[in-house]
Every structure is written in C-alpha cells, then in structure tokens.
Design a protein around this ligand. Structure first.
Ligand code: FAD
Length: 383
C-alpha cells in the first residue's frame, strides 16, 4: 500500500496506535480490509504512560488471549486505606495482573501487522479535509515526505489528543474532562501487601487518590490521580510518600522512570460515531471510573469497532460496547457521586469515598449518608 508515490488509498485509516487502534487494526485486517495505522510517536508504546494494572474480570472478555508471559505480576486483590482503616477486597473479581505495557503494546502491533495492517510511526498530521461530516483526505508528514491519504472510513484512537475532535467540531471540554495522573515506577520499596493494588485517601489530598501497583516484591508503579495542576499533583505525591503511613515503605525507594500523563475522566464528547468516523478507547472515554481502567476496555472496544466499521451494525456501536462492558456506563454514576463527595463537608469523607469506590456501600446507602445520615464504620470493618 505504501510505495514511493505520495498517495495512499485505504479502506480504514486508524489514527493512534495504542491498544484501541491496534486492536481495531487487527480485526479489520483479519476481515481483509486495507488498513493504514498512523502513530505520532517514534516507537509504539514508548514512553509508557500507564500504571500497568489490569483486572482479571476483563481478561475473560478479551477477543483474543494476551500471552501469559506478558502478565508479569499476579495481583490478588485491592486494598483501600484511610487513617489506619484498610478495606480488603480479595474476591476473584478484584484480582488482576501488572503488565509490561511496552511489551504488550508492541505485541499488539506485531499481531496487527501479521494480519496485514500497515503501521507508520513518527507521523504528523498536516491537515484534514472534510466533506460535510466525512473525513475524505488526511495529509500526513513522514520523514519530511508529505503523503495524501484517502480513507473510506476513519477510526480515531488518539487517546486524550483533542486535535481531530476539535476539527470535527465534537470537542467539548469540562472541568472534570481530564484527571492529572502523576505516576512513577519505583524500586527498593519495602512493599507491604505486594500482591495487592493499594489505594489511599486522606485530607492531605481532598480530591485525589494515591496508588501503589506492585510489579514485584520491591518494585511498583506509584502515583497520584488528582484534579489539580501538574505542579500541585507532584507536590502532593512528594508529601504523601513522606507522611507517617508510608514513610518507612519509601525510605530507600528510588524512581526508575516517569509514567505520568493526563487521563480521561469525563471525556470530551458523547459522539462515538460521526460521519465516516468511529471513536475508540480513551478518545470515546471508554474506560472504567473511578480509577480510569482503560487498557483492556480499549482492546475490547477496538475489536468491536473493527468488527462493525463496514457493516450496518455501526449504528449499534454503543449498544454492543454496553453489552460487553456495562461498567463504562456505571462509571457515570460513580463520577456524579464522587463529585458530590468531593464537595461533602462530612468529617469521614475519605472513609466514605473508600467505602464507596470499594463497593462496600452502595449508591442507596451513599445517598443516605450524603443527606446527613450517619456513616456506620463497623459496616466496612465487617467486610
Ligand atoms: C498515568 C496513567 C496511568 C494509567 N494506568 C492505567 C492502569 O493501570 N490500568 C489501565 O487499565 N488503564 C490505565 N490508564 C488508562 C489507559 O492508559 C488508557 O485508558 C488506554 O491507554 C487507552 O488506550 P487508547 O488506545 O485509547 O489510547 P492511548 O493508549 O493513549 O493511545 C493513543 C495513541 O494515539 C497516538 N496519537 C495521539 N494523537 C495522535 C495523532 N494526532 N496522530 C497519530 N497518533 C496520535 C498517541 O501517541 C498514542 O500512542 C492510565 C492512564 C494514565 C494516563
């Protein structure tokens, strides 16, 4: 498809080679469509900007198996911590793995290429030509060479990059569209609960959570998700690892690499289908809140998008995703209730947040608490 000529005609142009785009590319290629994937990074998956945790409950819903050797560290469950109170969730549905995202991204790319997709990296989009709602031409720049791409259909899998959504006129930013995630891989941590992903909530960080995702006995991705600017989020992180609860654990810890990036929280658009374009993955806010679990949802939704792009089922895209990952819809309630909790003046606010996100209290109970009813601590202690 890509020769010396500077014109490419393809069935599907996929913009963005993260898990969503690569999964869609593989599915479309499997169906013998001519697929061109473009990626702005020089190398697929690099730099890693992810905490690399995945849930077993979603592995079961994947359209294909990720090789076992890429699931690096078994996770038995999650803990939610507030002022010495720890809620442990060790039931099967809370288990998972830490992956090596760079390796899995590269494996997804190889898989797509094997099935026939063409991937171009280090690509800059110069311009996009629309006819009505449809993208009819995209001019890209690769190694100083301009190429005109004429796609029949387009998949936007460009994550939080808003450029194309703005061009299509479907971009609407809100206060909670994005969450700042400061994340680093650290070694020499004296990890407790090394088989548990750990979340912490405290008054030091009113609208934020601190996390530890172990990758071995003494290595972990550690960070903060916050609705604060970069500087403040980083400051919170520094303060938190020095606070009394965690001081010992991090006294000898060293940063190996930085994996920070903004993550999609409320998203930018409700449109998943526009003109000849489908949105997939983070571009369509297809991740599970409150902790923005988006890696496996991106693969699952990418596969659905590839399956239906050239069929009549395209109008049922949302329905198909909803059937496969209903949790994405439940996320909306989570966001609504979390916003209420952020505003709450209840003294036990952080314990209530931990109880709510760990599913120890349900929405009905939460509503009662928000209306002023007492929060009964013993209820979560029993779990
Ligand atoms: C710090 C952080 C930690 C996270 N931790 C976890 C976790 O532990 N577990 C989990 O499940 N999820 C996690 N997530 C969320 C998860 O990373 C995303 O939901 C997932 O990567 C979404 O996949 P995607 O393919 O939609 O987008 P991305 O993975 O963002 O891929 C988009 C790709 O498009 C490319 N691109 C962007 N613009 C253009 C353009 N104009 N032209 C060409 N290419 C373009 C980008 O370079 C990128 O490669 C985390 C997110 C962040 C930010």
């Amino acid at each position: 498809m890509v020769g010396k000529i500077n014109k490419i005609y393809c069935d599907a142009l996929i913009i963005g080679c993260g898990p969503a785009g690569l999964s869609a590319a593989a599915k479309l290629s499997e169906k013998n469509f001519k697929v061109l994937c473009i990626e702005k990074k020089k190398e697929i998956g690099k730099p890693v900007q992810c905490a690399e945790g995945i849930g077993s409950y979603l592995i079961k819903r994947l359209p294909f198996k990720i090789p076992k050797k890429l699931l690096e560290w078994k996770i038995n469950g999650l803990t939610f911590n507030v002022d010495g109170i720890k809620i442990i969730r060790d039931q099967k549905e809370w288990a998972g793995y830490s992956i090596n995202r760079l390796k899995v991204d590269k494996w997804l790319a190889k898989r797509a290429v094997k099935k026939g997709a063409k991937i171009l990296t280090n690509v800059k989009i110069n311009s996009i030509k629309l006819k009505g709602k449809k993208i009819i031409k995209v001019i890209i720049k690769v190694k100083k060479k301009l190429i005109e791409v004429f796609p029949k259909k387009v998949i936007i899998a460009s994550g939080i990059n808003s450029f194309i959504l703005k061009k299509l006129g479907i971009y609407h930013e809100k206060k909670f569209s994005l969450m700042n995630v400061f994340a680093v891989e650290m070694k020499n941590i004296k990890l407790k609960d090394e088989r548990f992903e750990q979340f912490y909530f405290c008054s030091l960080m009113p609208n934020a959570f601190f996390f530890i995702f172990p990758k071995s006995k003494n290595k972990a991705n550690v960070g903060i998700g916050a609705f604060e600017n970069n500087k403040k989020t980083k400051e919170l992180f520094k303060k938190f690892i020095k606070n009394s609860t965690l001081k010992k654990m991090f006294s000898k810890a060293k940063i190996v690499s930085n994996k920070s990036k903004k993550a999609v929280f409320e998203g930018f658009t409700n449109k998943w289908f526009y003109g000849n374009t489908l949105l997939v993955g983070d571009a369509a806010n297809q991740n599970i809140k409150p902790f923005i679990e988006g890696y496996l949802p991106a693969i699952i939704c990418g596969n659905i998008a590839g399956e239906i792009l050239f069929t009549k089922k395209i109008s049922k895209y949302k329905l198909l995703v909803k059937k496969k990952i209903p949790e994405i819809w439940l996320s909306k309630h989570f966001i609504k209730n979390l916003k209420l909790l952020f505003k709450s003046k209840n003294k036990k606010k952080h314990l209530i947040i931990a109880a709510y996100v760990s599913n120890s209290i349900n929405e009905k109970e939460l509503k009662k608490i928000l209306k002023g009813k007492d929060f009964i601590e013993s209820k979560i202690m029993k779990k």
